[in-house]
Design a protein around this ligand. Structure first.
Ligand code: EPS
Length: 371
């Protein structure tokens, strides 16, 4: 079983993560971890904090000669903006108020420091390790921005197109006309001291049929990946596939062509009855507008319960593209875990052997939809 823990505060010394259960023999390229951390940090609409953080990280254990050893992998990202803050008026939309009530604090930062989405940085670093594992089985994951405010992409795009084009855009949107309108909306929000939400789409390619299970609720793949994705700060909704309004339209036809089973569409988004069906996993996440505004907001002083204003603290205008990068990596960790449950072993070679044997057994299924 693959599991992980994270620790660290937004302005504390470091963020740390431990990944336990990764098999031995997976090649890790640190440059790729650095690259994904940059993508999480560097899109249009982020706050000035992103210019402070260089996302310098160290892998402290579990690797020898760039190969995993099977031992826990510990990673540390050093924060640059280290400080202790004090404010007593909770900001709506953050964990401040509920957290202070729950833990008996008055200083909101004793909650906000850990609730901050800065924590997702270390989840990305750990997720890249899972992505390296999955790449040995031709499994790949991408995300792209499909909606900002009311502006949405007009078309669907193939995995390959998204992968090749998303980073040409400063907000990871592959439809260039729509991207311009989205950027304009982010600019408007920025000028008004406001924030803006949207949707990111995550696509997993190459997953064989048979991960997850129908037999029990907590083995369904939706259960396993849904909770993980909803744990990402700002994620408020999740849609798997592209549900149509009539059952007759919604079913993905099962077609036999030259002895191979193929599917006529992918409205199910790669999941049927809690089990991956061999098609791309397609998930759209609704991301709320970030709650920190550069505007006066009514609040309460928790020291005396008198009316007050929430502190105006630095914040991002739009976090949709970053949430996509985080979602890819959070999903990679869950999928790697499901993969190990099905094909498990202690070394990459062992997992490969059982994966190959399974693919031979299910060779009648082609993993793509009808052209
Ligand atoms: C974030 C770092 C934070 C916030 C943001 C995400 O930096 P700071 O608090 O210094 O401005 O910009 O945090 C949140 C969205 C949140 O909910 O707290 C990061 O690295 O992603």
């Amino acid at each position: 079983m693959l599991r992980y823990l994270t620790a660290g505060e937004s302005h504390g010394d470091s963020l740390v993560g431990i990944l336990e259960g990764m098999v031995a023999g997976v090649r890790i390229d640190k440059k790729k971890i650095a690259e994904e951390l940059r993508h999480r940090r560097d899109h249009f609409g982020r706050s000035e904090r992103m210019q402070i953080e260089d996302e310098d990280f160290e892998i402290l254990s579990g690797l020898r000669n760039q190969l995993t050893t099977g031992a826990p992998i510990a990673i540390r990202i050093k924060n640059k903006d280290v400080k202790e803050l004090e404010d007593y008026s909770p900001r709506p939309g953050h964990a401040d108020l509920a957290g202070c009530l729950k833990y008996g604090f008055q200083n909101i930062h004793l909650i906000a420091e850990r609730a901050s989405a800065r924590e997702t940085s270390i989840r990305v670093a750990l997720g890249v390790i899972a992505k390296f594992f999955l790449s040995n089985f031709r499994v790949d994951i991408v995300s792209h921005t499909v909606r900002i405010g009311e502006i949405r992409n007009k078309k669907q795009y193939s995995f390959e197109y998204i992968k090749e084009n998303r980073f040409f855009s400063s907000i990871y949107c592959v439809e260039s006309e729509t991207e311009k309108l989205m950027i304009e909306k982010i600019r408007e929000a920025m000028t008004a001291g406001d924030t803006i939400g949207g949707e990111t789409e995550v696509v997993v390619k190459g997953l064989p049929a048979g991960l997850g299970s129908h037999v029990h609720y907590d083995r369904r793949m939706e259960f396993r990946i849904g909770g993980a994705l909803l744990s990402i700060p700002g994620v408020k909704g999740l849609e798997i596939g592209n549900p149509q309004y009539l059952g007759s339209l919604n079913n993905d036809p099962i077609i036999v062509r030259n002895g191979k089973i193929i599917r006529g569409s992918n409205y199910a988004g790669g999941l049927e009855g809690g089990i991956s069906n061999g098609q791309d996993i397609v998930i759209r996440l609704t991301i709320k507008p970030a709650p920190s505004l550069r505007q006066k907001i009514e609040s309460v002083d928790l020291r005396n319960n008198e009316p007050s204003s929430a502190p105006i603290l630095r914040g991002d205008t739009c976090i949709v593209p970053a949430a996509g990068i985080v979602a890819e990596n959070v999903l990679a960790l869950e999928i790697a875990n499901l993969f190990l449950e099905k094909f498990g072993g202690d070394s990459l070679e062992e997992v490969k052997r059982s994966w190959r044997a399974y693919l031979e057994k299910t060779a009648s299924v082609s993993w793509s939809i009808k052209e």
